[in-house]
Design a protein around this ligand. Structure first.
Ligand SMILES: N[C@@H](CCC(=O)N[C@@H](CS)C(=O)NCC(=O)O)C(=O)O
Length: 203
């Protein structure tokens, strides 16, 4: 099997961190999304959404979407459980991962894609007003998460999970979007320092 990625892009990083937490090694193949590598007929045949990461299994099965790829590996190797354990634990991870994906990661990504000049050939049309509007959404969501992280070490409870991975990648992607952590989110800062110190964060 192999994973096609662009190393500096945030979604492939989610999968790399997930695999590092599991201790699973998979060969990665680099393509340059900025140079149009995802727009070719060959890549589009693998993933019609023209996005990385893409996992290709030895039998030719193609799995894209970062969370789908991570779920595949969770099923292959359940421990450490990064999608939660038990009915409640799994539901909590699903809930927080979706909230972070839709409320934070998507907003940071929109700010980046709609405002960064380098993205003008990939984000068509680039709507600057939408990028600007998402900056406030990012701040609101970080403040919400700050309140949550006052009460527990990790986003979905007492165990590190894919929700933390998604949030870590989203927070680190603030820099590319030319944003910063706002004032007054000390709990997010504490959590960010802790998850960044895990060896997987460097994957
Ligand atoms: N929902 C997808 C999103 C994948 C995605 O947006 N990947 C970005 C890189 S982080 C990409 O391939 N962008 C290519 C483009 O915008 O043309 C996932 O979770 O894998």
């Amino acid at each position: 099997m192999r994973i096609i990625e662009t190393r500096r892009a945030p979604n492939p990083r989610r999968v790399r961190i997930f695999l590092a937490e599991k201790g699973i090694q998979v060969p990665f193949e680099e393509v340059d999304l900025m140079a149009g590598a995802l727009k070719t007929p060959e890549f589009s045949a693998l993933n019609p959404m023209q996005r990385v990461p893409v996992l290709i299994l030895d039998d030719g099965t193609v799995i894209s979407e970062s969370v789908a790829i991570c779920r595949y590996f969770e099923e292959l190797q359940p421990q450490p459980a990064l999608f939660g354990e038990g009915a409640v634990g799994q539901a909590m991870v699903e809930m927080w991962n979706r909230r972070v994906e839709l409320g934070l990661f998507a907003a940071v990504t929109a700010a980046f894609r709609h405002l960064h000049p380098k993205m003008s050939h990939l984000e068509v049309p680039q709507v600057a007003a939408w990028g600007e509007a998402n900056k406030a959404k990012v701040v609101d969501m970080l403040r919400l998460l700050d309140g949550e992280l006052a009460a527990r070490p990790f986003l979905a409870g007492h165990h590190y999970s894919i929700a933390d991975i998604t949030a870590l990648v989203a927070v680190d992607f603030l820099k590319a979007a030319r944003l910063e952590l706002p004032e007054g989110v000390a709990n997010v800062a504490r959590w960010h320092a802790e998850v960044s110190a895990r060896p997987s964060a460097a994957a």
